[in-house]
Design a protein. Structure first.
Length: 568
């Protein structure tokens, strides 16, 4: 990238605050120039971003610039670029020191290969969601997420390790309660990635604008185009206001065009359009944690033959779209819209990892010895295990509802629900992708007539019958040894009238929880269910210590009852 020398405040060979030696410029953005530098004492290479000298007198711009360092420093996440230092040049121009990354911008990779395969795109999107979940938990909204702000690098021989960049216009929610906050919320962001409410009410944005932007990024990864883009190519360095205003108006008033991407997992396009790119933020996912769960479910069933294309067969690259800077325009009119979410996704269940790790101490001789865990540490570890278990239940319930809703909305099933069991069996014969039971899963299709439920299809056929279940019902069942999650979704006929239920039962994996507890407890059980489930020992603890948690999507409170092992 060519760097404009007139904007530079330092040059190769200069030093900053006696610590960093400038090696060469790496690139230039709207707010500043990025240089490759080296720490003079530890010889570590870093990237230093220096604000443009002509902007250093603008207090608002300086605040946005410093936000970038504050955000990266406050979050500390493996998928967010690390900010290690900050300071000022001799001319009192601020700079930020970041870890130096080698790799490629996501934008470049998307258009180099003409769009990414679904599994690769979902793997990248999941890492972005993880980074933003951490940012949101710290009270920070990015507000300018885009493919140009996502960097792909290699880490420990693993490719596509994501680093989210540029929190320069991020919004610190806790700090926004000050009386002058309304003066700081101009229309900021990159137009093609802006959520409708970011355009019409920039002073009221919350974390859901990042969910929308991630939807744009995923759409772009899969199709090598954006849901909304400028009508004409960029002429010169800037867009005229009329073109930008027209694009923003389309974002607020129009629906994104169909993706037309072959090979997508069934229902992924519905997810992107209706749970990420929904006009109304209330129709989107509630959190990045929910987004992660959905991506994981789809990743588990995306075809493996859709992995990155071999270099020899990479298609002709698609031209890169022009970049865009922050804008300040009058808001476009609002439009209310609603969606019906139908999602056909196979459940890819997975248990969270539970770790109860004793502290280790290294002697001067270099040997490592395990020391007893304090009671407080042990209690925190047990509570963490309980919380992770309930979080896993919530994620599994959400993914299972996606699968049930997707099956219930299939046109084939909507047509068959009015017929009989034999007709349905014939219709799904040799077309069992959506009806193939996952390990530990039972699928049953019920027809409802005159208040009675009749089984039309059960997979596996030899599986136990699922008791009567209502549409949109979710509950847990246990026999004292295993735990199962049961969900139901309404099946409507072709006229839209509910005439049946698609029910799914999925066994909850308890092995990780058991393995974590066995070395630290003499007895342990899950209680709060219809029957206690013994995890360690042969019976539930008689006088246990309780560690409660709540699975909010199931509206159920569970406790981990434990008799800890005594410390040696």
């Amino acid at each position: 990238m060519v760097v404009n020398a007139s904007t530079q405040t330092v040059k190769a060979g200069d030093t900053l605050e006696g610590r960093y030696k400038i090696i060469r410029p790496l690139g230039e953005g709207g707010m500043g120039t990025v240089f490759l530098a080296e720490h003079m004492l530890i010889k570590r290479r870093v990237a230093i971003k220096i604000l443009r000298s002509e902007l250093a007198e603008d207090a608002d711009v300086v605040e946005r610039f410093m936000n970038e360092a504050r955000a990266a420093g406050a979050i500390g996440h493996p998928h967010i670029v690390e900010s290690t230092d900050m300071g000022f040049t001799r001319d009192e121009v601020p700079f930020i020191v970041f870890e130096y990354l080698e790799g490629a911008l996501l934008t470049d990779e998307i258009y180099r290969v003409g769009g990414l395969p679904p599994r690769r795109a979902l793997r990248i999107a999941g890492q972005i969601a993880s980074a933003l979940q951490a940012a949101h938990a710290a009270g920070i909204v990015h507000r300018d997420l885009k493919s140009d702000n996502i960097f792909l690098t290699d880490k420990e021989e693993a490719s596509d390790h994501v680093k989210v960049l540029d929190f320069g216009i991020s919004r610190f929610l806790e700090a926004d309660n000050s009386s002058d906050s309304s003066n700081r919320h101009s229309l900021m962001g990159t137009p093609e990635f802006m959520a409708p409410e970011q355009i019409t009410a920039p002073d009221k944005v919350d974390k859901r604008v990042d969910i929308y932007a991630l939807g744009v990024v995923l759409y772009e990864m899969l199709t090598a185009r954006r849901p909304f883009d400028f009508d004409t190519p960029l002429q010169g360095d800037t867009r005229n206001l009329e073109e930008t205003d027209r694009l923003l108006h389309r974002i607020v008033t129009e629906d994104p065009s169909p993706m037309n991407k072959p090979g997508l997992p069934p229902g992924l396009e519905h997810l992107i359009h209706e749970k990420l790119l929904a006009k109304n933020p209330d129709d989107r996912f509630e959190s990045m944690k929910d987004v992660q769960g959905a991506f994981e479910a789809f990743f588990g069933v995306a075809r493996r033959d859709s992995e990155p294309i071999p270099v020899a067969s990479i298609p002709t690259p698609v031209p890169l779209p022009p970049g865009a800077d922050s804008v300040a325009l009058p808001p476009a009119p609002k439009r209310k819209t609603g969606f019906i979410w139908v999602l056909a996704v196979l459940l890819a269940g997975g248990a969270a990892a539970y770790k109860l790790v004793p502290r280790k101490q290294t002697s001067q001789a270099g040997t490592t010895a395990t020391t007893p865990v304090s009671k407080d540490d042990m209690k925190r570890a047990f509570q963490d295990a309980a919380d992770k278990f309930c979080s896993t239940l919530d994620s599994q319930a959400q993914a299972q509802h996606m699968r049930a809703d997707g099956i219930a909305s299939l046109p084939m099933l909507r047509a068959a629900i009015e017929t009989d069991a034999a007709t349905l069996a014939d219709m799904v014969k040799d077309r069992d992708l959506m009806f193939q039971a996952q390990p530990g899963e039972i699928l049953e299709i019920f027809q409802e007539r005159d208040g009675k439920q009749t089984t039309m299809l059960r997979i596996p056929a030899a599986a136990p019958a699922i008791p009567r279940i209502e549409a949109n019902e979710t509950h847990l069942e246990t026999d004292g040894a295993t735990l199962s999650l049961v969900v139901g979704a309404a099946v409507s006929n072709q006229q839209g009238k509910p005439e049946g239920v698609a029910a799914l039962v999925q066994t909850v994996d308890l092995s990780s929880l058991k393995q974590a507890l066995v070395s630290q407890a003499t007895a342990a059980a899950l209680i709060g269910l219809s029957k206690p489930i013994v995890l360690v020992g042969t019976t539930a603890p008689a006088s246990p210590t309780l560690f409660p948690c709540k699975a909010s999507k199931l509206n159920v409170s569970i406790s981990l009852a434990v008799t800890p092992r005594r410390s040696e």
